[in-house]
Write a protein that binds this ligand. Structure first.
Ligand code: SER
Length: 597
């Protein structure tokens, strides 16, 4: 019998929980509704948070499903054999119905019973919560595992970092028990578990016993009901079932890797460096197809989810070039992904034409950027080669980046081909100096504007921070403050941007600012050393005139600026923000006039 593939695994999981009286519910969009705290659905339980908090679910108290998820936190780390930015999670939930005993027993049955997955029980180990000041060690879960036949040595007791699951700093949470499968050689000794051999134990399933709600740092309360929330990684479990050591070797990735091999002429598994690029292209393409093809899909842009999408596509293109592909190549790869997944995710089929069109558009745009940058580099090359130290000054790399959008990484690549290095520190310096210079001169205006510290001007001042952060999100990080002027009646804000804003962009900026006002974000101030402020990502304002210790104003999680203040305490005090005019101020500088109503 051939090993079980991902499609069978998905079907079996649902079928199993239906035999345990669960209702299958539909997976949700990757773009969460009503949750500004995350860009993407990152776990199967994400759309279920309101129900875990006590809201009754229309389908009942026992639910199961499969859910597409995106996690891009560590996008630059992707490329090794285990990290995926897009994955499927299989999940079952009890909303105040069964608890630890059934949950653990069913996981064991599903994993080991020959009727279901039939995995070798000798290759399974688990972790349980070791306890802390608030919640005792989870002896109950450990006892249930032992009663099922798991040897004591296969149970590791770990602390909060490993075995306490939470959605965020606040919200539903609880201890969990995580299930691991041995992918190393032979059968491990009975005393082997994640704690003493983390590399060979692949985490495949996580059962969270969600019976708490974290209200704030100090307050942990019991939820009205004891819930179970489990998540099984589809790609990882398929890897375990097929005796592979990476999801990229399973049939989940086979069609897209074959498409990459066809267009590049490379063979996966023959060259470590190229293999990494193949995995990056395969992973990013799959994520980008799922995001573009989502029922609430977004398109590449410089803001939020659209920005993540753009980075995924551009990084795939760059790694395609590393594989020797020098033309547009994304569409056939995207087709392979759509064909593989449109069964379980019909929206990919429905949105197919849009997916390909967007890939082509973004790819063409990026290839043009790259060509211009390369052309410029070629022009500079003869001179650069004369440098006795064989180092390209950072300001030149910065100019390529600033003027042509040419990524530093590519300048480094072209340089390396000619035996040159790039002075990265100088690049960073030029980058920072540029940010500061573009604000120089704004001080006088700013101070003038703040001379009248009436309540209204304080409000406009906070609105200026929101506007600047919103502009960066909508238009891109090149947006830098050129000047600001505030009166009790209106604000004016000048900033670098090469083109007139479209009516959509203006509306988008307005909406984002108003959303932050509606969230009633707290405005807080911290004193810190300038270096620390910069390290924390604060936008710096007054150029070289900084004191050693500066004030950093944060508007919730939305903006952070070095600034003298004063500001309102909560954004809710601002009223409605409206852009009354967007116009040119000077070459490459736009001016916005806005009012608070
Ligand atoms: N919330 C848990 C996880 O994401 C189980 O669904 O791992």
């Amino acid at each position: 019998m051939p090993p079980m593939n991902a499609t069978e695994l998905r079907d079996k999981f649902i079928a199993f929980f239906i035999t345990k009286d669960h209702k299958q519910i539909a997976g949700k969009s990757l773009l969460p509704e009503n949750d500004p705290s995350v860009l993407f659905t990152t776990a199967g339980m994400h759309p279920l948070v309101p129900y875990l908090l006590g809201e009754p679910h229309p389908a009942g108290a026992r639910l199961c499903n499969y859910q597409k998820c995106i996690r891009t936190g560590d996008i630059d780390e992707v490329g090794d054999a285990s990290h995926l930015t897009c994955f499927e999670m299989l999940g079952n939930w009890s909303l105040g119905d069964y608890f630890k005993k059934e949950s653990i027993a069913w996981s064991w049955e599903f994993l080991t019973d020959k009727k279901w997955l039939g995995l070798d029980p000798r290759r399974i180990s688990v972790t349980v919560f070791a306890g802390d000041a608030d919640v005792p060690r989870d002896e109950e879960s450990a006892g249930i595992w032992k009663s099922l036949g798991l040897p004591e040595g296969r149970i590791a007791y770990l602390g909060e970092e490993d075995n306490w699951w939470k959605v965020g700093p606040t919200g539903p949470c609880g201890p969990d028990t995580e299930i691991f499968y041995w992918i190393g050689p032979g059968i491990p000794a009975d005393a082997s578990n994640k704690r003493n051999d983390p590399d060979n134990w692949l985490e495949i399933w996580n059962n969270v016993f969600m019976e708490f709600n974290r209200v704030d740092e100090k307050t942990l309360v019991k939820l009205p009901k004891q819930n179970v929330d489990t998540g099984m990684g589809l790609e990882r479990t398929a890897t375990a079932l097929q005796g592979k050591d990476s999801a990229f070797q399973t049939e989940v990735f086979a069609p897209i890797i074959a498409a990459i091999e066809a267009v590049s002429g490379c063979r996966y598994g023959t060259d470590a460096e190229k293999d990494r690029s193949v995995r990056i292209v395969a992973d990013h393409l799959r994520s980008a197809v799922f995001i573009l093809g989502d029922e609430r899909g977004v398109t590449p842009s410089n803001v939020g989810a659209g920005y993540v999408l753009r980075r995924l596509i551009r990084r795939a293109v760059r790694h395609g070039r590393k594989l020797g592909i020098d033309k547009a190549f994304l569409e056939p790869l995207a087709r392979a992904v759509v064909d593989t997944f449109k069964g379980p995710y019909p929206e990919l089929g429905t949105n197919e034409a849009k997916v390909y069109a967007e890939f082509n558009k973004e790819e063409t745009k990026f290839l043009e950027t790259l060509q211009k940058g390369e052309h410029e580099f070629e022009k500079l090359a003869p001179n650069l080669l004369k440098n006795p130290k064989k180092v390209i000054p950072g300001r030149i790399a910065f100019r390529l980046y600033d003027t042509y959008g040419f990524p530093l990484e590519l300048t480094e690549e072209l340089a390396a081909e000619r035996g040159l290095a790039v002075n990265k520190e100088e690049f960073e310096e030029a980058f920072k100096k540029h940010q500061e210079l573009s604000r120089a001169g704004s001080e006088a205006v700013f101070k003038g504007g703040l001379a009248d510290q009436s309540e209204m001007t304080v409000r406009y001042h906070t609105a200026t921070h929101l506007l600047q952060a919103a502009l960066k999100r909508v238009l891109g990080d090149h947006v830098a403050q050129k000047g600001s002027n505030i009166t009790a009646e209106r604000m004016r804000f000048d900033f670098t941007h090469p083109a007139a804003m479209t009516p959509e962009e203006v509306k988008n900026v307005e909406d984002i600012v108003n959303e932050q006002i509606k969230r009633d974000l707290p405005v807080t101030m911290e004193m810190m050393k300038l270096d620390e402020a910069k390290a924390k990502g604060a936008t710096a304002l007054f150029g070289e005139k900084y004191e050693e210790t500066v004030k950093v104003y944060s508007v919730g999680d939305f903006s952070k600026e070095v600034c003298g203040g004063p500001h309102v305490e909560h954004t809710g005090a601002l009223g409605r923000f409206k852009i009354t005019k967007e116009q040119s101020s000077s070459a490459g500088v736009r001016r916005i006039r806005a009012v608070l109503e």
